[in-house]
Ligand binder design. Sequence first.
Ligand code: SF4
Length: 372
Amino acid sequence: MERRPIMKYLDEFRDPAASRKLLDEIRRQATRRWTLMEVCGGQTHSLLRHGIASALEEVVELIHGPGCPVCVTPLEAIDFAQKLALRGDVILASFGDMLRVPGSSRSLLDVKSVGGRVKAVYSPLDAVELARRHPQDEIVFFAVGFETTTPATALAVAQAAREGLENFSLLVAHVRVLPAMEALADSPDCRVQAFLAAGHVCAITGYEAYEPFVAKYRLPVAVTGFEPLDLLQGILACVRQLESGEARVENQYARGVRQEGNLPAQDMVREVYEIRDCPWRGFGVIPRGGLRLRDAWRYYDASVRFASARPLDIVEHPDCRSAEVLAGRIQPPECPAFGTNCTPDAPQGAPMVSSEGACAAYYRYRPAPAAS
Ligand code: SF4
């Protein structure tokens, strides 16, 4: 089969003429202004970067959900990771995105600058390789992220067990998307009328996982990707449903998502992890909102292995309103610190740091107007 250059493939999903047609169709269909939430931070960035949010301002209010995994990783887990990195006998391996996220008082990069042993890796299997190469050290991988990353961390711990790598463990802070959507929908001040679900999460879970949610809350869900045409098709699907009073799951990302999802990945995750009630940064505890290692894998649980290093005093920056940003109650520029006391160079909260954070997206694509 002939392979197409990736940019040509991407161009098809950034075609300006097709985008204009979809924008016109959304405006034509909408008889009123609808409120949609995109759950994924990658989609937030794309909506702002390509001007979709402002182009549709009159007919669709896009509010930005809690789908940045780095932003919702609990403060306690970040402080714990920092303490482990400072022990001397531990190398803390993490995705690069986590390194600049502020904990109670500093970030993992700050910890590294004072001698903490922190290593950025591209994959959990890189951390397994570290465990092979450093048998005298404890290698802890900071396992964060949604359903997209859990199969890879499950695979890593299974690989470490197969090889008998006793110096490998996971600090697990994995979270689950659907319980957060339920928490939002249950909230008495929820204004969301339809959701754009993240294609990469659904590639693992399958779009059928959203059907009970739609049946319970009667809120349309469109599974979309990250390119302009993906997002516009998803928005159009939601607007059409809202205008006709329907509520169902629509898969606008058929090139990546199947009804049942990735079954081998789901099996891998089920074997290693079990569901738990879980604190989300900015949200508090979300029932069934996260994962922990099953008892059979407890040996590889860094929170058990290093239980004495668990942090006690955890303090969120008092000026940071990320809880309201993550719940879609305010837009980032409504936070008084936005662009003044809080910038990507001097962030006060995780949403200003992460490549998927809503505050960073607004700072980059919609800076606050200069003071006169
Ligand atoms: S702008 Fe900064 S301080 Fe305000 S909510 Fe966002 S991350 Fe927190």
